[in-house]
Design a protein around this ligand. Structure first.
Ligand code: AMP
Ligand code: FE
Ligand code: FE
Ligand code: ZN
Length: 280
């Protein structure tokens, strides 16, 4: 059984519709896939319908933007109740922070001599509610000012670069609590990934997060070297945390993240199913 628990559609910053993504997963030989768009559940309905037709089992998920002491942290939430008020309020707040910073990023790029406009960003974002730096990057590609998303991040959009603008995100432990209270299962995405900031969380930090309700960590991810994966796996086993592996696929938006490039062990997947509250 092939299980990929972290993918993005164009409802956030992937490049495929939820339907295209689910069919691509079937073609890639996946039996189970999670849709984990950034800070939104709006793709779930379409993805469930496509999964039914394509013969794929869909796990509804979210990748929630949060803030940890050492910098930004991404939290995967599996099977939370999308109608839980506290969780959906928090997601609305994050998305509104995403929307608020967009004009400032555009203004800064224009100040640097770019011809980018709000309409260019609209043209590539296709009306998503969860706009992000990747959409600004795609607009810069469209108008021919950079070659790809990578170049846009390296020159303008990474922290420390001139068009980087911060945005609201809830504290990580608070987000873990919201996911658990909504009946979902909280798994820390790529804990030692590129965007983890200065300090990588250590075993003591994972233990504290577990006490707050964290169920697992994403060990097999393209941002983690083979050595990192082995160290993270050992920590997860020590702490009794669920171990996941996933592609973090973004369609054409992220190279080297093909569907199924990392997968999750069926036993670990069963633990996720068992840990979520079946009341919704
Ligand atoms: P934002 O959510 O607006 O803060 O943007 C962060 C998102 O940008 C991450 O979730 C990644 O999907 C994406 N990202 C970050 N760095 C790169 C990169 N170098 N190339 C492509 N996508 C990136
Ligand atoms: Fe992303
Ligand atoms: Fe992420
Ligand atoms: Zn992701």
């Amino acid at each position: 059984m092939r299980i990929d628990l972290h993918t993005h559609s164009n409802v956030s910053d992937g490049t495929q519709t939820p339907t295209e993504l689910v069919y691509a997963a079937a073609t890639a030989g996946l039996d189970v896939m999670a849709l984990t768009d950034h800070d939104t559940t709006v793709g779930w309905g379409e993805a469930f319908a496509a999964a039914d037709e394509a013969g794929v089992t869909l796990v509804p998920g979210i990748e929630i933007s949060t803030r940890a002491p050492q910098g930004g942290a991404h939290l995967l939430a599996y099977r939370p109740d999308p109608e839980n008020a506290a969780l959906s309020d928090a997601l609305t707040r994050v998305r509104s922070g995403r929307g608020d910073r967009e004009p400032e990023m555009i203004r800064r790029l224009q100040g640097l001599g770019s011809a980018i406009t709000t309409d260019d960003v609209r043209a590539v974002s296709g009306g998503t509610e969860s706009t992000g730096r990747p959409h600004i990057a795609d607009a810069l590609v469209m108008i021919g000012e950079v070659a790809d998303r990578n170049e846009a991040f390296a020159r303008y959009l990474n922290p420390g670069q001139p068009a980087y603008v911060d945005r609201y995100a809830p504290p990580l432990t608070e987000a873990v609590g919201l996911v658990v209270a909504a009946g979902g299962v909280a798994v820390l995405a790529h804990p030692w990934g590129r965007n983890a900031g200065s300090g990588q969380p250590d075993e003591a930090t994972f233990a504290r997060l577990k006490a707050a309700g964290l169920a697992g960590i994403e060990v097999d991810h393209q941002d983690h070297s083979p050595q990192d994966r082995e160290r993270l796996r050992a920590m997860a086993i020590n702490l009794g945390l669920i171990i996941t592996g996933s592609s973090d696929h973004h369609g054409l938006g992220k190279v080297g993240h093909e569907l199924g490039c990392n997968i999750t062990d069926p036993e670990q997947y069963e633990r996720i199913l068992a840990a979520s509250t079946p009341s919704h």
